[in-house]
Ligand binder design. Structure first.
Ligand code: NAD
Ligand code: UDP
Length: 319
């Protein structure tokens, strides 16, 4: 049985990846310090023979006695309000955490895949974004802690690949959504869903003309799965290329949820990228992958999840 260590296992993407690899028959070791994640995302896996959970902060030395075949490094605060609230931890998990995990991968002769992000392109001046674009990041802006941690993460990963011959993979993830997103993480989808369900107005930041392209979680997991098993070591975009403005998106959510609330406008956060759309031609060519789930279907599934939360969870204030 192949063994895989998944960091950030109690988070949104990490927990879906644990599900996928458990179902594929791997032995999965989930690691998390629960700083932005929630154990309830993996409760259903606890007790299975091929799943174990280790509570650990990956910025500290990681000891694992057994052998490992693969490591997926997904631990990191991932929403703008999280990394603004815990900027140093964000830098540390991208830098020190990645270094520790690369060291572990080297010691175990394991293949390591890191979760990079479309944020390495910053507020992009090239559209759509191809992997060859170097990006436009404000290093000292409030989002810089996340963007630069991820850029460093890519650099140190390529250095281990080139210098130590380690097998590495880099996925540049574009806005991904689905069940298990944290209601109060500030990202636009949980924000709008929570507002609609609580009967509050939907908060659009800026004039709403900024764009994003939303990928359903199952498509993202499939892309990551294929990338891990491929022999492609350079960064690869995984996302959905259907782009929409945030104000149009708010209208879609109003229709989907049937809320009577309206849109209200708030200040645009500093360095909020004005446009974002992945060029996924490389993933199509190298991985024979493209997204299968459109926004309408994906948003319906996501709304079902948020509707299923208790009133207490729905009204719980930000931790
Ligand atoms: P998430 O906040 O739901 O999950 C992150 C998990 O990492 C949490 O469970 C958290 O407790 C854990 N974690 C954070 N710091 C840790 C540390 N030092 N040690 C151990 N565990 C730690 O976020 P997510 O959306 O699931 O994102 C997962 C990964 O994917 C992140 O690396 C993120 O940067 C990347 N990513 C996500 C998206 C997206 O749209 N969801 C887009 C681009 C990149
Ligand atoms: N956004 C918004 N209202 C909200 C939350 C976010 O208009 O309540 C906007 C945000 O300014 C950004 C877009 O939605 O332009 C996507 O934000 P998110 O935090 O989901 O992801 P990211 O900016 O990292 O792509």
């Amino acid at each position: 049985m192949k063994k895989i260590l998944i960091t950030g296992a109690a988070g949104f993407l990490g927990s879906h990846l644990c599900d996928r690899f458990v179902n594929e028959g791997y032995h999965v070791i989930g690691m998390d310090n629960l700083i932005t994640g929630d154990k309830k995302n993996i409760d259903h896996l606890i007790g299975l023979d091929n799943f174990e959970f280790i509570a650990h902060d990956v910025t500290n030395y990681i000891e694992y006695k057994g052998n490992l075949d693969y490591i997926l490094h997904f631990a990191s605060p991932a929403s703008p309000i999280d990394y603004l609230k815990i900027p140093i931890q964000t830098l540390k998990v991208g830098a020190l955490g990645t270094h520790n995990l690369l060291g572990l991968a080297k010691a175990k002769n394991a293949r390591m895949l890191i979760a990079s992000t479309s944020e390495v392109y910053g507020d992009p001046l090239v559209h759509p974004q191809k992997e060859a674009y170097y990006g436009n990041v404000n290093t000292i802006g409030p989002r810089g802690v996340y963007d630069e941690a991820k850029r460093f993460q890519e650099s140190i990963t390529m250095a281990y690949h080139r210098f130590h011959g380690l097998e590495t993979r880099i996925v540049r993830i574009f806005n991904t959504y689905g069940p298990r997103m944290r209601l109060n993480d500030g990202r636009v989808i949980p924000a709008f869903m929570g507002q609609a369900l609580r009967g509050e107005d939907l908060t659009v930041f800026g004039d709403g003309s900024q764009t994003r392209s939303f990928c359903y979680v199952d498509d993202q997991v499939e892309g990551i799965y294929r990338l891990l098993l491929s022999d492609y070591a350079e960064p690869i975009n995984i996302g959905n290329s259907h782009e929409i403005t945030i104000s149009e998106f708010a209208e879609e959510i109003i229709k989907l949820t049937g809320t009577n609330q309206k849109v209200i406008y708030k200040d645009l956060p500093v360095d909020d990228p004005m446009q974002r759309q992945p060029d996924i031609s490389l993933a199509k060519k190298v991985l024979d992958w493209e997204p299968k789930i459109g926004r309408e279907e994906g948003m319906k599934k996501t709304f079902e999840y948020f509707k299923g939360l208790s009133q207490e969870e729905l009204h719980k204030s930000e931790h």
